[in-house]
Design a protein around this ligand. Structure first.
Ligand SMILES: Cc1cc2nc3c(=O)[nH]c(=O)nc-3n(C[C@H](O)[C@H](O)[C@H](O)COP(=O)(O)O)c2cc1C
Length: 453
């Protein structure tokens, strides 16, 4: 029998911790987000469907993106115990200059469509956090405005090579003169990927007002007020365009760009050069021979070739083979600071976030980007401490096992036969891509190796 009594006010008082309500709605909204997924949910409520889907969507059936995110979820961490982790340092040098965190903001096109503050908000937030900001060729803020928003920090310019090379190189020249320290050359867009959500939504640039978009606007007034009362949305480095992003890419971009062109671009650029969109070891080696300062393992956030290799799975092998000769960076699928820590443990010098930053932007403009960076930074620091390390240098492959759901079917005999037949009918050798090792070939017991789950 429970012995009951009347509660005394004196006992209840310490339990009553009423906080003054936060009157600033944006602050309240952003503080309620504890993860990037939470920011995404807020972003979805506040952004018109076509703009949100343009950001969140990927190519075809969106398998590449789902797999990349899954690969990060399928990590097993191996912590060490009884280490003094009262202090932790999350910075080091990337491409010869310091970064406060092992991630930066990836280049994204048409950013002011997601939220009117766009790239300038990202550059301000990056400046505060001490991380690089990358401006896309398809950006909606000018090279100079972005530099002014991050005057003492690191700005990277992302190049897509257009058919009109003079105009492309004029942009590169402008970025160099404005003081951008790194050129990111994106190489995974010979043609546009099939972004089916955009087609289904009738997404065009600039956004068109149709009965559907007007109805969709009703619960999202702030986005529309911003859209209609701020500077018109346009590509800062391109003439006005009307059509879909895919049509724009296919009209403007040069599908003939090759390694010789890259050599030529490298010769024009005075700073560091990183090639973004590397997806196999053979290409990584060729780029090292060409003398690039870094490569980014990336499949463009799943927006180009669907069912492309998962960058996080490529990482150990590529680091092992070329990691001493060049910096290996990685993006695609990062939704948590723990994903970043795992990438660094497996040898990535740096990572970039695309959607994680854009979800923050759509959830609350510049304050939302601050919140996204803060969430990722806290996750990085906490994961490092829980692993028992004080610095990025102490992270090593033994801290992470990649558990694989999908692994290649064993096929060496068929591969050899097909390759020999093709070689005999081909004039010039092209792809030297090596297929990933089969699970049977992989040392499944080694930390950092991919093991099937
Ligand atoms: C909306 C959007 C626009 C993008 N635009 C560009 C671009 O203009 N140039 C580029 O090199 N990559 C672009 N990317 C790819 C990102 O730079 C990056 O590779 C990708 O977002 C990483 O995947 P994540 O979104 O899962 O972090 C874009 C990505 C998104 C989501």
């Amino acid at each position: 029998m429970v012995d009951r009594r009347i509660p005394k006010v004196r006992d209840l008082a310490p339990l009553m911790k009423f906080k003054a309500p936060e009157l600033n709605a944006k602050k309240r909204r952003l503080e309620s987000a504890l993860t990037i997924h939470d920011l995404r949910d807020i972003a979805k409520r506040r952004t018109p469907k076509a703009a949100f889907d343009y950001t969140e969507g990927a190519a075809e059936a969106e398998v590449s993106l789902a797999r990349a995110r899954q690969a990060f979820e399928d990590i097993e961490f191996h912590p060490s115990i009884l280490r003094d982790v009262s202090t932790v340092s999350t910075g080091w040098d990337v491409l010869g200059a310091p970064v406060a965190l092992p991630f930066g903001i990836a280049p994204t096109g048409f950013t002011r469509m997601m939220q009117t503050e766009g790239e300038v908000a990202g550059a301000h937030a990056a400046a505060r956090a001490g991380i690089p900001f990358s401006l896309s060729t398809m950006g909606t803020s000018s090279i100079e405005d972005v530099k002014a928003a991050n005057p003492d920090g690191r700005n990277w310019f992302q190049l897509y090579m257009w058919k009109d090379r003079e105009r492309s190189m004029a942009l590169v020249d402008r970025a160099a003169r404005a003081g951008y320290d790194t050129l990111l050359v994106t190489v995974d867009v010979p043609v546009a990927g099939a972004r089916l959500r955009d087609k289904r939504n009738g997404m065009s640039i600039p956004p068109a007002l149709t009965p559907k978009t007007v109805i969709n606007a009703i619960p999202r007034p702030e986005w529309w007020i911003n859209f209609l009362t701020t500077e018109p949305l346009a590509f800062a480095s391109l003439d006005r365009w009307s059509g879909t992003v895919g049509e724009l890419l296919d009209t403007m971009f040069d599908p003939t760009v090759d390694f010789e062109d890259l050599k030529w671009i490298k010769a024009q650029w005075p700073g560091r050069i990183v090639v973004k969109g590397v997806q196999n070891l053979a290409d990584a080696k060729k780029l090292v021979d060409l003398g690039v300062d870094g490569i980014t393992l990336s499949n463009h956030g799943g927006r180009q070739l669907d069912r492309a290799p998962i960058p996080f799975h490529l990482l150990p092998q590529v680091v092992n083979e070329v990691g001493n000769d060049t910096e290996v960076h990685l993006d695609t699928g990062i939704m948590s600071g723990a994903d970043i820590v795992a990438s660094v443990a497996l040898g990535a010098r740096f990572t970039m976030v695309g959607r994680a930053y854009l979800y923050g932007l759509m959830a609350g403009g510049e304050a939302g980007v601050d919140r996204a960076i803060q969430i990722l930074a806290e996750q990085v620091s906490r994961t490092m401490r829980l692993l028992g390390v004080n610095s990025l240098e102490e992270l090593e492959p033994g801290h992470v096992t990649q558990l694989a759901r999908l692994h290649p079917v064993s096929r060496p005999v068929a591969d050899a036969a097909v390759a020999a037949r093709r070689a005999s009918t081909r004039k010039t050798p092209s792809s030297t891509a090596t297929p990933p090792k089969t699970v049977e070939e992989t040392d499944a017991a080694a930390p950092g190796a991919i093991i099937p789950s």
